[in-house]
Design a protein around this ligand. Sequence first.
Ligand SMILES: Nc1nc2c(ncn2[C@@H]2O[C@H](COP(=O)(O)OP(=O)(O)O)[C@@H](O)[C@H]2O)c(=O)[nH]1
Ligand SMILES: *[C@@H]1O[C@H](CO)[C@@H](O)[C@H](O)[C@H]1NC(C)=O
Ligand SMILES: *[C@@H]1O[C@H](CO)[C@@H](O)[C@H](O)[C@H]1NC(C)=O
Ligand SMILES: *[C@@H]1O[C@H](CO)[C@@H](O)[C@H](O)[C@H]1NC(C)=O
Length: 454
Amino acid sequence: MASYGLTRRGIKLLRFLSLVSIGLLIYIRWHDIFPQPGPPPLYEEARESENSLPHYNDYEHKTVKYLLAANHFHSSGWGNIMQDYVMMGLLAHSTNRSFVFNDYVWNRDGSLYSEYNGKQIPSRIPLSAFLGGPMVGGPWPAGDQTPLSVSREFFHKVCPNPTVLPTSDINTDDVRFNDDIPASYIFERWVEKINAIDDPCLMFDSNSSPIFEFWIYGNKKRMLSIWPYLSRSPVSMQWGWSSLVEDAFRRNFHPLESRMPSFLRGISNVFREENSSLTIPGLLAIHIRRGDFKDHCVHLAKWGADWHAFNSFPEFIDKFDRPTDSGWGEASEQTIELYNRRCYPSIEQIVEKVNRVQKEAADPLRHLYIMTNGPTPWVQELKSALAQNMSWDHITSSRDLELTWEQKFVAYAVDMYIAQRAQVFIGNGWSSLTSNMVMIRMAQGYDPNTNRFW
Ligand SMILES: Nc1nc2c(ncn2[C@@H]2O[C@H](COP(=O)(O)OP(=O)(O)O)[C@@H](O)[C@H]2O)c(=O)[nH]1
Ligand SMILES: *[C@@H]1O[C@H](CO)[C@@H](O)[C@H](O)[C@H]1NC(C)=O
Ligand SMILES: *[C@@H]1O[C@H](CO)[C@@H](O)[C@H](O)[C@H]1NC(C)=O
Ligand SMILES: *[C@@H]1O[C@H](CO)[C@@H](O)[C@H](O)[C@H]1NC(C)=O
C-alpha cells in the first residue's frame, strides 16, 4: 500500500468512499423500482400463492371441515374488517374447522379498481397481502390439529354445494341489540350450532349481517366477555403480518437503530435479520387519527360514545369516564372540548401527553414513531414540536416511510405492525385500528401499562 503513497487516513477515506458509492447505488436502484404511478396493484403474486398453498393437494383428497364467513364486512376501513376476521378466525378455530379467508373487499361489484377520495384504489386486496401466519394458511402452533386455513377459491372448488346458514338463526334482533347479552353468549351459541353440523362444507349466507356487528365492538360490557376465548387463541397469540408488510418495516426501520446517514441505510438493512415477534426496544409508537376524525370526534361527543371494548381493559392506566351530559345529538362545549382532547388532540396536547408517557416509562424511550393519516405539513409541525420539547434519537412518521407501490395500499398494516411491536403505544380510544393493536399486544403478553391513550 505504501508504494501508492497512501497514508492511513487516505485508505480510510477510500474505504469510506467505496461504502458511500455502494450505498448510493442501492439507494438509486430503490428509487428506480419503487415509485410506480399507474393503476393500483393487483397483488398477483399474493393471489397466486393463496391459490396454491402446499396443503391443498392433501386437502383435495380427504375430508376436511371448513367454515366460510361469506357475510364478512366490506367497504369499510381496515380496522373494522380486521375485527371481523379476528372473530371469524376464532370461531373457525374453536369449532375445529379450516378458516376460509377472503379478500379485503372494498367493492363487491367485480371491478378491479374503485375510486376513493379522487384516487384509484384496488377494489379488493388478497388477505395475504396484509397477513401472514395461520389466518392465511400458515401452521397453527405445534400440537394444534386444527385444519389449516384455505382461500375462498379453494373452498368453492372442494365445496361446490355447501350448507348455507343465515346468521339470523341465532342472531335474532334480541341477540343483536340486547345490552345484557354478552358477546361470549353469542359466540357459544354459534360454537354449539356449528359443532352439531356434519357437513364439512359450511358457509354463512353472504347476504346475512356479520355475527358480531360493528356496535358490539364499541360496547365493553358486551365485548370484553369474549376475552377468555380470544386471549388464549392462536388467532390472536400468533397474529402475524405478511412478508410485504414485514419487508416495509425492515427497510424503513433498521435505520432507527443505527445512526447512519440516510444514503447508507441500504447496507444496514440488507444484512440485518429480524425476529418479527420481539419488542422494538426504546420505541414509542403513537397513533394519531386525523382526517375524518375532525368531525367524527364531535359526533362522538354529541352521542356520548364510549371507547372501543379492547381499549377499555380494566387494568389500563388511561381510562375514559363518559360524561353524563351528552347524548341524542347534543353536547355542551365542555364535553366537546373533553372529547377533542382525547380523540383529536392538538399539537400542544400531544406534546404534553408524550412528554408524560416518556417520563413514566419503565425503560427509556428513545425512538418515536408517529402513525397517522394526517397531512404531511401538519405532521412536520408536530415532529418539530416533539423534537423541541423532548430528546429523541429518531422521530419517524407514516409520511416518511419509503414504500413500494404494493406496500402503499396496505400502508396502515405497516403502521399496525410497528405499533404491535413498540415498547409503548399511545392510541386513540375510539379507533378500531388502535383497538386491534391493543388487543393483539394484550394477547401477545405486553405489559398492560405499555398501552396508553390520549
Ligand atoms: N397509514 C395509516 N392510515 C391510517 C392510520 N389511521 C387511520 N388510517 C386510515 O384510516 C382508516 C381508518 O379506518 P378504520 O381502519 O376503520 O379505523 P378507525 O376509523 O380508526 O376506527 C384506515 O383503514 C386507514 O386507511 C394510520 O395510523 N396510518
Ligand atoms: C380437529 O380435526 C382434526 C381433523 O381435521 C382431528 O385430527 C383433530 O383431532 C380435531 N381436534 C379436536 C380438538 O377435536
Ligand atoms: C423470536 O423470538 C421469540 C420470542 O423470544 C422466540 O420464541 C423465537 O424462537 C425467535 N425466533 C427466531 C427466528 O429467532
Ligand atoms: C415540554 O412540554 C411540557 C408539557 O407541555 C412542559 O411542561 C415542558 O416544560 C416542556 N419542556 C421543554 C423543554 O420545552
